[in-house]
Design a protein around this ligand. Sequence first.
Ligand code: PMV
Length: 372
Amino acid sequence: MEIESSKKDMHEPTKDVSFSSVPSLPSGRTFAASWNAPSNIALLKYWGKHGTQLPMNPSLSMTLKNAKSSTSMTVKYSEHQDIVFHFHGEEKPAFAPKIKTFLSRIESFCPWITKASFSINSTNTFPHSAGIASSASSMAALALCIADIDTQLSGDNDQPSFLRKASLLARLASGSASRSVYGGYAVWGHHPAIEDSSDDFAVSFNQDIHPVFKAIHDDILIVDSTPKAVSSSAGHSLMNNHYFREGRIAQANKHLEMLKTALQKGDMDTFIRVTENEAMTLHSLMMSSEESFTLLHPNTLVLIHKIQSFRKQSDIPVCFTLDAGPNIHLLYPEAYAEKIRSFINNRLKAYCEKGSYLQDETGKGPQKRKAL
Ligand code: PMV
């Protein structure tokens, strides 16, 4: 089935994504799929959406290696849709409504899900309390399982088409999850400078990347692990009537061109300038929206000053980005790993909650696991 314009919000598809169009699962058979999916950190931020999970502006992310979700799914025909969800082996009925909302968004693409009984088991490699958003990895893993089963039904094993399908489904669960189906760098949102880019699904952006950007460390300095004060859906909606909306769209489009060139030319200065500016822009937009949110912690600002002055003094190309929370993602090339380790231990750790930080780096993307 092709995405039809009528299902979309004043938005034309740029590329076909094909689904099985099987109306229901054959009864008496159990289908299974199992995937690991990584989290990602946006260097260029998605903030603001319209229609059914379509982005206000394009975004670009780096996929992580260690922060991952693993999801296994079995599904069989049932008169009524039914979901049993386990997280780390424990049944969590509270998660079922979120999964149900997601399934209702994708039923026009995968009608078989409406008459199906799902058993889903999921785990994360990172602690829930670490202040890391788990929706990108968990929703990507869930979407990959559904795309896998849809592909078992259609028999279409074309890999790029499978990843587009998984990304489109992941987007309908959580926008940032659409980028987690690829390794390295990914772009979600149409931009003329990125080939095949689309608002419907993310695309891999790994061609002609300069060697210095092929292995970037991301150490996550945990400043405060308490859950964030604003959900991302509420946050995105703050952009609907934001005074800076048009300016932000223009800026994000410009930043994508600049980041693309920087990643391909190995231009660290531009990479640092754009990445830090994007982090500060995200938080400035939250602070300056009609309902104002300040998610930064005093120690976030202390750490930002320390990182920037260390960079000036040492000439080491280290920079930061932020997600929608107070924790710092410290980014630097592989070659400086040892020096940054002592910088963190000697100068930054004291400003982290219980001195804690997580180490991550550029990852290769999701992996299919043997279905149980
Ligand atoms: O995918 P969502 O709806 O949780 O939104 C993610 C928004 C940011 O993490 C702040 C930025 C991004 O592009 O990942």
